[in-house]
Design a protein around this ligand. Sequence first.
Ligand code: SF4
Length: 103
Amino acid sequence: MTAAADAADCARCDAVCCRLTVVLTPQDTVPARFAATTARGIAVMARDADGWCSALDRSRMRCSIYANRPEVCRRFAMDGPYCRAVRADYRERIARGIPLLLH
Ligand code: SF4
């Protein structure tokens, strides 16, 4: 398999980056129903019990607020080192049967 074939591509991914904690900035204007506050008072994107961001459209595994997504999401580089690391961790968890649930 070539490196190009291994490259991450959002069209062929389970939106794994949308399982990460997304800290909101004061400039972000996401709908309030998708926002949450941590126990330490940090504004973040809410996540559902399965770990994915609550703004993720589960039928298509695509961001439902893409045009209005937070700055952190805009900066996330597809196929960058962090993207590759979280994809590798996700694949490992699936292969080893490690539950993905948050709670
Ligand atoms: S706001 Fe959109 S791009 Fe950002 S984590 Fe949620 S679903 Fe993914």
